[in-house]
Design a protein around this ligand. Structure first.
Ligand code: AMP
Length: 511
């Protein structure tokens, strides 16, 4: 039985009466997790869908949303989580591309999601609110509370996770039961998960970080999760003294440090703080250690591969080094190569390529793109640029440690979310009076990077940046909307005619 749910369930505690998920107003026992996911799985199974059918979900974070994910795994369908910030034009693309049979949306979005979903030919549409409301739970309530998790092979598709493309549209990374089970089992050992752990879960669950790395870890360990909708510093300070593990994007750590109540006292039961999804500044790493007495463990991964590298947890595995993302996890091969694909020695910067049981099987309905992103000998090209060893923060890094120095594409990561310049540039260029634009990321103390647009008007056109920003806010998710728009007469270009984004980043870094 290689169904990912069965693997996770193998870690559930023998006493199913204990608390699996705790929210500020409700506790769910392990029995509840089993029974509620069974009801939902029975509902999905009753729809008689073909194997491989997709269940697309865009809902606010709630325990029921996690149960729906588990139910989808249990009945062998494919889960497709969608960022809650996505608007109509984005959802239209995802539904058209993924052709799901089931769509579950937030009750407030039902009017427009239903219209788009019906047009895309979706047959089953449900709603799920964050306070146990919506048609999905009503329909599941009458279902049986027992369900035999269906057998799946390691290569069977479990999840499609959309990552945006730098050129063109988003790509759906196809992750199998085997990809995620192998990674969860590795991390259980590497991070020393145990049933007495209490995970403070404040991450969104439409992304690998919150849905896979965090939830899988706690479920497989049979550990309790304190389930909060998002980072709220007051709530975090309230629950930290009862927690042992926290996972966050770097912004979370910056926010905690900004509150003077945060310190050793609230961390007294903590054993592990983990950071990822974006680079953690040395400044934050050092300030956190000073204030809390804890050394943040930074790790690196991506939607296509789940976790790839991690700083050590067990003392025997080595030191936890700020400014690095640690060592390749057991079972993961990682190499740094030059433009010609030749492996580089430690200290030299190049393209990061990876291989292992955690690496995805390809992009949904994009065989061309899949071929491009894998080498002929089966390595996946991550698009990240980095090195083994070298000097970081003024000290020599041991050769086995990886540091990420940048991204080969111009991806911007703002608050842990990926923003692809090309997509925003497309929307800006379509505006009246715009000749062309370039979207870049500039350093931001809170979000890691902030989105900034540089725009060239058409001759004689006058642009109102406030109007432009207002229109973007209505069209795209908030995290993609530029913080500022600069109007310029022309964009800097190199001799090949390419816009020099590095020059723009330098010019506007303090803007
Ligand atoms: P996503 O698919 O949204 O998880 O984004 C994956 C990308 O986030 C990676 O390819 C990296 O560029 C970046 N990333 C993830 N973790 C780290 C980290 N610890 N440091 C620097 N970049 C990271």
């Amino acid at each position: 039985m290689s169904n990912l749910y069965a693997v996770l369930e193998s870690g559930f505690p023998v006493d199913r009466k204990g608390v699996a998920i705790e929210t500020p107003d409700h506790c769910y026992s392990w029995d509840d997790v089993d029974r509620a996911s069974a009801c939902l799985a029975n509902l999905l199974a009753s729809l008689d869908l073909p194997s491989g059918a997709r269940v697309a979900v865009q809902v606010e974070k709630s325990p029921e949303a996690l149960l729906l994910y588990l139910a989808t795994l249990r009945c062998g369908l494919v889960y497709l989580p969608l960022n809650t910030a996505y608007r109509e034009s984005e959802i239209e693309y995802f539904l058209g591309n993924a052709e799901p049979d089931v769509v579950v949306c937030a009750p407030d979005n039902e009017p427009w999601v239903e219209r788009i979903a019906r047009t895309a030919g979706v047959r089953h549409i449900y709603t799920l609110g964050d306070r146990r409301t919506g048609t999905l739970l009503q329909a599941a309530a009458s279902q049986s509370q027992t369900f035999r998790t269906v057998a799946r092979k390691p290569d069977d598709l479990a999840v499609i996770l959309y990552t945006s493309g730098t050129t063109g549209r988003s790509k759906g990374a196809m992750l199998t039961h085997g990809n995620m089970a192998s990674n969860a089992l590795t991390l259980r050992e590497y991070w020393g998960w145990r049933s007495s752990d209490v995970l403070l879960h404040m991450l969104p669950i439409f992304h690998i970080h919150g849905l896979f790395v965090a939830s899988h870890g706690a479920l497989l360990a049979g550990a309790r999760m304190i389930w909060l909708p998002k980072l709220d510093v007051n709530q975090a300070l309230h629950y930290l003294p009862r927690s042992t593990v926290m996972m966050g994007v770097p912004t979370y750590y910056v926010r905690l440090l900004a509150d003077e109540r945060f310190g050793r006292g609230v961390c007294r039961n903590m054993r592990l703080f983990i950071s990822g999804s974006a680079p953690l500044l040395m400044e934050t790493f050092n300030a956190f250690r000073e204030r809390s007495g804890h050394t943040i463990l930074e790790r690196y991964g991506m939607s296509e591969t789940v976790m790839l590298t991690s700083n050590p947890y067990h003392a025997g595995d080595g030191e936890r080094l700020g400014g690095t993302v640690g060592k390749p996890l057991p079972g993961v091969d990682l190499r740094v190569v030059d433009d010609g694909g030749r492996a580089l020695p430690p200290g030299e910067i190049g393209h990061i390529q990876v291989r292992g049981p955690n690496v995805f099987s390809g992009y949904w309905r994009m065989p061309e793109k899949t071929r491009e992103e894998f080498t002929s000998d089966g390595w996946f090209k991550t698009g990240d640029v980095g090195r083994y060893g070298g000097v970081s923060g003024g000290r020599q890094v041991p050769d086995g440690y990886v540091s990420i120095v940048g991204r080969s594409k111009d991806l911007i990561i703002s608050g842990g979310y990926n923003v692809y310049p090309k997509e925003i540039e497309g929307f800006i260029d379509d505006m009246p009076g715009v000749a062309e634009s370039a979207v870049i990321g500039v350093p931001h103390p809170d979000f890691g990077e902030a989105v900034v647009a540089v725009v060239v008007p058409k001759p004689d056109a006058s642009l109102d940046t406030q109007v432009m920003l207002g229109s973007l806010k209505e069209t795209i998710a908030n995290f993609k909307v530029p913080k500022r728009i600069h109007i310029v007469a022309e964009l800097p270009r190199n001799t090949m005619g390419k816009v020099q984004k590095n020059v723009l980043r330098e010019t506007y870094k303090a803007s």
